[in-house]
Design a protein around this ligand. Structure first.
Ligand SMILES: NC(=O)c1ccc[n+]([C@@H]2O[C@H](COP(=O)([O-])OP(=O)(O)OC[C@H]3O[C@@H](n4cnc5c(N)ncnc54)[C@H](OP(=O)(O)O)[C@@H]3O)[C@@H](O)[C@H]2O)c1
Length: 332
């Protein structure tokens, strides 16, 4: 179903440039039936969507990856990237190893394909202790690759300058939230660190579903993801400007015979340093694979990009308002 251009290498690992996001299994996006979810995972994999993003705290996600693997995945293409999101505090080796062992057991694998590390508080620099222990666990074969999530540019630099080899950083990146373009992407590109992006469809808001629609109130935003990104749209410039963005994207989509979601995804896949876009999958509840596969069927022109920039230029500066990538998760 997917062409060769749908795949890339991340630190030598073959991955799909559309990664299936599993936060949508956490319970805050509708009730998931594990059997149906598992069957849907098989559909995703069979159609070439072979790369998964999850976390230790995304409900049953790690266990489902484990069951999926044990069900006999038909080829060697499955890659599943989990996260560890510890509470800041002392980071002795035994605590780090226990967390990694738990994920290995739940995901039914000796070696985690990639462990993405999140840290809540930069004033506590014991994140470096945790990362150094993880480097040892890479050497011992329990983790294949180390990644980060929601680290800002300054701290990615501190980590790389400490000699800790990270292959990716997972950040919010969309036509609404272009903060990574300011500092993160150039730095990551200089270090061969790939960006895995989330929020690229703003939880579904950045799609044809919301074109010409009145501003949704809290009751209409029925997933945690829709709530999260509606707040971002409010900060960025509000519903009227967002409608202008959707209208522009619709007219670009018409020229290429695709959808707003396709244009919004393609535009981020085309950004420097972006390895892949993560798209949330409500497994067993909804399935947007067929439409999303069309992102590999067309190319945006310089004129398309210029039209998008013309709308974006009228938004607020989220770097000034919020700070660099991930700062929305931290007190300033
Ligand atoms: N590191 C972090 O802090 C962090 C934070 C957030 C997310 N993430 C990761 O990123 C993943 C993505 O989550 P997200 O919250 O950012 O959501 P998202 O990918 O922006 O949006 C997902 C929703 O978009 C809708 N959608 C997908 N394709 C569509 C299409 N072609 N047309 C219309 N609607 C479409 C689906 O809605 P329906 O289900 O209603 O069809 C889906 O539930 C998560 O699962 C997680 O893996 C990471």
């Amino acid at each position: 179903m997917l062409p060769d251009s749908a795949y890339t290498q991340l630190a030598g690992m073959p991955i799909c440039r559309l990664v299936n996001g599993m936060w949508q299994l956490s319970g805050a996006h509708g009730s998931i039936d594990p059997q149906r979810a598992l069957a849907n995972m098989q559909d995703y994999h069979a159609s070439g969507f072979v790369t998964w993003d999850l976390a230790d705290h995304y409900g049953p996600a790690e266990l489902l990856i484990g069951r999926f693997r044990q069900s006999g995945v038909p080829d060697g293409r499955l890659r599943a990237f989990t996260k560890w999101v510890p509470r800041p505090g002392p980071m002795p080796r035994r605590a780090v190893e226990a967390a990694i062992d738990r994920s290995r057991e739940r995901m039914a694998t000796d070696t985690l394909d990639m462990l993405q590390f999140h840290w809540w508080d930069y004033t506590d620099d014991r994140y470096l202790d945790a990362l150094r222990h993880m480097v040892t666990l890479v050497q011992e074969g329990k983790i294949a690759h180390l990644g980060l999530t929601n680290f800002d540019t300054e701290h990615v630099r501190i980590i790389t300058q400490a000699g800790i080899p990270v292959v990716s950083n997972q950040v919010q990146y969309s036509l609404v939230d272009m903060r990574p373009a300011a500092q993160m992407a150039p730095y990551c590109q200089s270090q061969s660190i790939g960006l895995l992006t989330y929020g690229t469809l703003c939880g579904g808001l950045l799609t044809d579903r919301y074109l010409n629609q009145p501003e949704p109130g809290p009751a209409a935003l029925n997933t945690a993801s829709l709530h999260k990104y509606k707040t971002m749209i409010d900060a960025w410039g509000g519903w009227a400007l967002f409608q202008e963005l959707l209208t522009t994207l619709r007219s670009i989509a018409d020229r290429h015979a695709v959808t707003i979601a396709n244009v919004a995804t393609r535009a981020i896949l085309d950004q420097p340093a972006v390895s892949a876009v993560i798209i949330g999958a409500r497994l067993g509840l909804s399935d947007n694979r067929e439409e999303n596969a069309r992102v590999f069927s067309f190319a945006l022109t310089e004129e398309d990009h210029a039209r998008i920039r013309a709308v974006q230029s009228r938004s607020r500066d989220l770097m000034a308002l919020i700070g660099d990538c991930g700062d929305e998760y931290r007190r300033r």
